[in-house]
Design a binder for this molecule. Structure first.
Ligand SMILES: CC(=O)SCCNC(=O)CCNC(=O)[C@H](O)C(C)(C)COP(=O)(O)OP(=O)(O)OC[C@H]1O[C@@H](n2cnc3c(N)ncnc32)[C@H](O)[C@@H]1OP(=O)(O)O
Ligand SMILES: O=C([O-])CC(=O)C(=O)O
Length: 396
């Protein structure tokens, strides 16, 4: 085979390097009406409502409805929504069978990701991306994720699945399915607040992943599955678990403040990151932290765990003094889930159960005015070169 090689020897023009936004930092990629993160006023609005007001006055179910429909439900709409959600809570046998096939040593995020994938594979309406079908799928995932997360925690501890109760609200039922008993109202309320805080946060990495997948006109379950993969990483959702690992490494109890100081000095000296601190968008503190911090204080009081508060505050104070970097939502949320009785590996799956509301709202928004998401890259690899001509007699 003869290959024509270029014969011209014109000087190679060095391409001009365009402005590159690594990590897409500071890039406004699209519009959204789902939420507004304002780092200047340190505020977060869901469909216009401050998240703090929603946490104080509304349930997670009402917030899910708001994110999907753009308005809070009235009493009739809420009653219908609750009936529908409660009717979908039970895990399908085939999903349960697949979970049972996964070793209990698996990362629970892999279990959740797989279970969502199976729900999608079983759903005959998966290819239907109409608003009605996608709302139904969003509700199905919202209703079933508590069963997946709670059952996976239980089986890791050798316990049987607890069937859902349809006389309990979302959060009370989630805790009931995890612990087999109805939890006290302070605990249920703190959990509900955490779900509202975690529900939505504009174009974060996992939501953007969901929007990228949706932009190819793939289905909602595929987009959520991809988003779960993005959330798993410790720079994103995985940080709530990492906070608890740091606490275990430092050790609770007498002298924790001194140990935290030494641990921090060593960590920063080795240029390691302290998980649960810092944020791409907020540079003066995460708008959600005060509300979640208050919920954590209620739990510390409820479970009489001042030791946890000592460590929590000394690490936050040390970070502020040494680096000026403030906690993000994962910092109070991790210890809050620990106090509620969740094992650490369940923390990021709980985040999935909350964020599925925001992800699916964005998926529907993306589809309503779709544009394929496909940015450019600047090539900095080996300059153009050519495969040497084959020697006579070479056989391909
Ligand atoms: C719900 C959520 O997903 S919230 C985020 C959860 N993630 C975490 O808690 C992980 C820890 N935090 C981080 O890694 C970062 O703060 C991120 C990834 C969240 C955002 O960071 P970015 O905007 O990409 O900034 P970047 O990572 O470049 O940090 C800027 C500087 O601050 C430092 N910094 C940022 N966060 C931290 C931290 N948690 N610990 C120590 N140093 C930090 C970086 O080392 C870097 O320092 P340098 O300029 O000397 O190299
Ligand atoms: O917005 C982000 O980059 C991360 C975050 O806080 C979230 O997803 O809740």
């Amino acid at each position: 085979m003869t290959i024509n090689q270029p014969t011209h020897t014109a000087p190679v023009q060095q391409p001009v390097v365009p402005e590159i936004h690594r990590g897409l930092a500071g890039v406004v990629a699209d519009t959204t009406a789902v939420s507004r993160v304002n780092p200047d006023s340190n505020s977060l609005l869901y469909r216009g409502y401050p998240v703090q007001e929603l946490a104080a006055q509304k349930s997670f179910e009402e917030v899910a409805y708001l994110l999907w429909h753009g308005e809070l439900p009235d009493d009739v709409q809420l009653a219908a929504f609750e009936v529908a959600e409660r009717s979908l809570r039970r895990l399908d046998h085939s999903v349960r069978r697949v979970i049972d096939e996964i070793p209990t040593s698996a990362d629970p995020m892999d279990v959740v990701r797989t279970a969502v994938s199976v729900i999608g594979a079983n759903d005959l309406s998966t290819p239907d991306s109409s608003v009605e079908a996608n709302l139904a799928k969003s509700l199905r995932l919202f209703a079933q994720l508590p069963a997946i997360v709670s059952y996976d925690q239980r089986r890791r501890h050798g316990l049987d699945l607890v069937e859902p109760r349809d006389d309990l609200g979302y959060s009370a039922n989630f805790l009931y399915m995890t612990f087999g008993e109805v939890q006290e109202v302070e605990v249920v309320e703190a959990f509900d607040v955490s779900m509202i805080m975690y529900a939505e946060h504009s174009f974060n990495a996992s939501t953007f992943t969901a929007r990228v997948i949706t932009s190819t006109l793939s289905d909602l379950y595929s987009a959520v599955t991809g988003a779960i993969g993005a959330l798993k990483g410790p720079l994103h959702g995985g940080a709530n678990e990492a906070v608890m690992h740091i606490f275990s490494e430092i050790g609770l109890g007498d002298g924790s403040a001194e140990r935290a100081e030494l641990w921090l000095e060593d960590t920063l000296a080795h240029k390691r990151k302290v998980m649960g601190f810092g944020h791409r968008v907020y540079k003066h503190g995460d708008s959600r932290v005060p509300t979640m911090h208050a919920a954590l204080l209620t739990l510390i009081d409820h479970f009489d765990r001042p030791d946890l508060l000592d460590l929590y505050e000394s690490l936050a104070d040390g970070m502020k003094t040494r680096t000026g970097i403030l906690p993000n939502l994962d910092y109070p949320a991790g210890p809050a889930y620990h106090l509620m009785g969740f094992d650490t590996a369940s923390f990021t799956p709980i985040f999935v159960a909350a964020r599925v509301t925001g992800w699916t709202a964005h998926i529907m928004e993306q589809l309503a005015a779709n544009a394929l998401i496909r940015p450019l890259s600047f090539y900095n690899g080996t300059p153009e070169r050519h495969v040497p001509p084959a020697a006579d007699g070479d056989v391909l």
